[in-house]
Design a protein around this ligand. Structure first.
Ligand SMILES: CC(C)(COP(=O)(O)OP(=O)(O)OC[C@H]1O[C@@H](n2cnc3c(N)ncnc32)[C@H](O)[C@@H]1OP(=O)(O)O)[C@@H](O)C(=O)NCCC(=O)NCCS
Length: 288
């Protein structure tokens, strides 16, 4: 690939220099830690572009969820070479690798026109809620006794519930996230109705995924996971419109920081309907 005066070669992202990838995401203001890149690399495939002294100038990744669905993320071109076709080059490569799968991604403003031109359609707005967690955050009007800590042997039930909400099997992702995460859930009549995970990410802690049948359960689980984070930075990305859940997050110190748009190609986004399993917080923007 030739961009301006830069001759860039491409390589499998698995072989790319981790520090170079980290520097690339920092160059566009993203909060990812080196370990976040390691996690994404262990979960997906992709491409990196680098110059003749090994500096990484572009990245793009995709994540398989079962045979027919994939999510795309970590699409970055260094500000030094943006608007010269690099983003499109990387995306076209990724789309070829994804083949006939249905695709989902979360688009920044900068990437919106690119994805539209590649056949993606807007499905929803994602609100990135984040901030310093207020001491004593809780869900005072709800019965927190329903919340329990889930153990590794609950993973098959978590995966099944997640599939019902997400519309595809994220067992690879969830199996990898589980040992890194604190996991809580709500069981009623012996059935797991809701689960939520929390793990270190970026500037502090991320809560996600949150899968529940209602905003009230999403609040209960998030309150439980925020409970001991008072004074510390946390983030939760949700597609829920203004309402009880977002009001709760704001009252806990997680303000609306930015938005991205969920776009899909090949199939619509699974809707969140009260009474049915729905995604109340993303696992991570690249993971849907
Ligand atoms: C989004 C991003 C990857 C695009 O990379 P890029 O190398 O600049 O992309 P390209 O040069 O291939 O441009 C792709 C399309 O974007 C649009 N575009 C590019 N530069 C633009 C500009 N300055 N103004 C308006 N549209 C522009 C055009 O539609 C272009 O299509 P074209 O090929 O028909 O000209 C890059 O801006 C970036 O890394 N941004 C920060 C991180 C980010 O937001 N990543 C996306 C995550 S979803």
């Amino acid at each position: 690939m030739r961009l301006q005066s830069f001759d860039l070669a491409t390589q499998d992202i698995a072989e790319a220099d981790l520090d170079g990838l980290h520097a690339l995401s920092i160059s566009v203001g993203w909060p990812h830690r080196r370990s976040d890149w390691s996690l994404f690399r262990s979960l997906g495939r992709g491409l990196a572009a680098f110059d003749d002294i090994g500096r990484v100038f572009a990245s793009a990744m995709w994540f398989d969820h079962g045979e027919t669905v994939a999510t795309i993320g970590m699409v970055i071109t260094s500000p030094r070479v943006q608007t010269h076709g690099g983003g499109r080059f990387m995306m076209e490569h990724i789309l070829r690798e994804c083949g006939a799968r249905s695709l989902m991604l979360n688009s920044t403003r900068a990437a919106h026109a690119l994805y539209l031109s590649l056949g993606f359609e807007v499905q929803a707005v994602v609100c990135q809620m984040q901030g310093i967690v207020r001491e004593g955050s809780g869900a005072p009007k709800l019965d927190a006794s329903a919340v329990e800590v889930l153990a590794p042997d609950d993973l098959p039930r978590i995966v099944a519930l997640d599939k019902a909400a997400f519309g595809a099997d994220r067992s690879v992702v969830l199996t990898r996230l589980a040992p890194l995460s604190r996991i809580v859930g709500i069981r009623r009549n012996g059935h797991l109705e809701a689960y939520a995970m929390r793990r270190p990410f970026g500037r502090g802690t991320v809560i996600g995924p949150v899968v529940a049948h209602s905003e009230d359960d999403a609040i209960l689980l998030s309150a439980s996971l925020l409970g001991d984070l008072g004074g510390r930075f946390a983030r939760l990305d949700t597609r829920q419109p203004e309402g009880r859940f977002r009001t709760f997050l704001q009252s806990s110190g997680l303000e609306l920081y930015d938005t991205v748009k969920t776009m899909t190609r090949g199939a619509p986004l699974a809707a969140v309907r009260p009474g049915q399993p729905g995604i109340y917080a993303l696992a991570a923007q690249p993971l849907g």
